[in-house]
Design a protein around this ligand. Structure first.
Ligand code: F0G
Length: 446
């Protein structure tokens, strides 16, 4: 049962089949090129697409637009201290701004940075420093059927092997991403966070947590880690983050805002350096590239994210979508993650060879059959890797109802029934940077 009601609505419409065909054709079979107005249920991302609360809208009106010393910043600083346990905050325009600030300070050319799995922008910021981002995922991470409560964990054995290979001196930072977006949104246990903190300590590295979805992760811990079954989500979140030296945060996820982010830490020296880099790239340290009102809304959202029953409903809604899809006979990554359901495109379209992009074809088919927009995270988005062709259906927070989820499951079932119609795609136009091709490439049915 939802513990909220709507007080503002945004109409959405399902274009006709013919209109969807035309729209997809005009978009070059790339859903990033679609007009959002032509999408019925938009599951492209959970980032910045959620619904704010009445309290957040009220905070927007109260936002203090002072260039320096804004009271909205004081509200954010207090919220970060109370909810996450960090003394110092550098606000940024979004999560990648926080990555630039933190990794720009801590990482140098030739360094190596292990992470349970880097999100794209994290990888790019580490690489941008001339360093090598290395993933250390849980051994079961790639198995969509393996049953394990914390498939998002950091693999310590892989971390230790890396130290043997490159030497501790080459590793200035160890990162843990909670939940693990690049591994189907799978959670990370507090025990694993403690172990990774100890590992970072052993090699004298700074331990950074990518905390974008820290509240969703804490809910999983409460449900799945025996030590925490009686603990409140807010207490679990604070404990898990207490092992980190610093966090990078995209407010567009678990701070429930449409834009914003920050880096936070307890070490005054790291703060001083991050603050200086923040001034260079983001703005004065009390607004960080944001309007004061956005800082104010982020402060409120951060507190709401760990309050019951919000986060339980949030994660359970994602699980419900996973269940509806599985019941409709569509193969999904198990267990479902915190923010998204990942479909196994190679099982839905088994006759489409990898070089005809079964994942991207499934994304297009979901749009054609029901105006649903997901995103491919496989061979099209990550050329040259051996990633399985997964399609992510990410749920915006507090936005869609059970009827929308049913529509998504029915749409996926229709795709499965008419699978033979979908024979794959070929790229007809791509940008020079292969890593970014999925954002703008154009394709055609083969
Ligand atoms: N870290 C993780 C784990 C993320 O999922 C994201 C964004 C970022 C960092 C960067 O944050 O977008 O505010 O700059 N993920 C979005 C997504 C874009 O769709 O998964 P940002």
């Amino acid at each position: 049962m939802r513990s909220y009601k709507s007080k503002m609505v945004e109409p959405i419409t399902l274009p006709s089949r013919a209109e969807r065909e035309d729209a997809l054709d005009a978009a070059g079979y790339n859903v990033f090129n679609l007009d959002a107005d032509d999408v019925f249920v938009d599951l492209l991302t959970d980032s910045g697409t959620g619904t704010m609360s009445a309290e957040q809208w009220a905070a927007l009106m109260r936002g203090d637009e002072a260039y320096a010393g804004s009271s909205s910043f004081s509200e954010l600083r207090d919220a970060v201290r109370d909810v996450m346990g960090f003394e110092y905050v550098v606000p940024t325009h979004q999560g990648r701004g926080a990555e630039n600030v933190v990794y720009g300070v801590l990482v140098e050319e030739g360094d190596v940075v292990p992470n349970n799995a880097h999100f794209d922008t994290t990888r790019a910021h580490v690489a941008n420093q001339g360093a090598d981002p290395v993933d250390c995922p849980h051994p079961l991470a790639r198995d969509p059927d393996a049953d394990h409560p914390f498939k998002g964990n950091f693999d310590l054995d892989a971390g230790r092997e890396l130290v043997e290979d490159v030497g501790a001196d080459a590793i200035p930072v160890v990162v843990q991403t909670i939940t693990n977006n690049s591994v189907a949104g799978q959670p990370v246990s507090v025990e694993n966070t403690r172990e990774v903190a100890a590992f970072a300590d052993e090699i004298d590295a700074t331990f950074v947590v990518d905390a974008c979805r820290f509240a969703e992760n804490a809910y999983f811990v409460q449900q799945r880690e025996a030590e925490f079954e009686d603990a409140a989500v807010a207490d679990i979140a604070r404990e898990q983050l207490s092992y980190a030296d610093a966090v990078t945060m995209s407010g567009k996820k678990d701070a429930l805002v449409n834009i914003g982010g920050f880096a936070a830490m307890n070490d005054p020296e790291l703060f001083e350096h991050a603050k200086q880099r923040g001034i260079l790239y983001e703005g004065f340290p009390t607004y960080g590239g944001l309007a004061g009102r956005d800082v104010a809304a982020m402060a409120v959202g951060l507190r709401e994210a760990v309050e019951p029953p919000y986060v339980e409903e949030r994660v359970e809604q994602v699980a419900e979508l996973g269940r509806l899809l599985a019941e409709a006979g569509v193969p999904v990554y198990e267990p479902t993650g915190g923010h998204a359901v990942y479909l196994d495109a190679e099982s839905v379209l088994p006759h489409v060879p990898k070089d005809r992009f079964p994942g991207q074809e499934l994304v297009c088919a979901l749009y054609l059959e029901g105006g649903v927009r997901g995103v491919e995270l496989g061979g099209f988005a990550f050329p040259g890797t051996d990633r399985p062709d997964l399609v992510r259906l990410a749920l915006p927070r507090r936005t869609y109802s059970r009827e929308h989820l049913e529509h998504v499951a029915e749409t996926a079932a229709k795709v499965k029934q008419s699978a033979a119609f979908y024979e794959g795609l070929e790229i007809v136009e791509e940008p020079p940077m292969k890593e970014l091709r999925h954002f703008s490439a154009r394709l055609e049915p083969v």
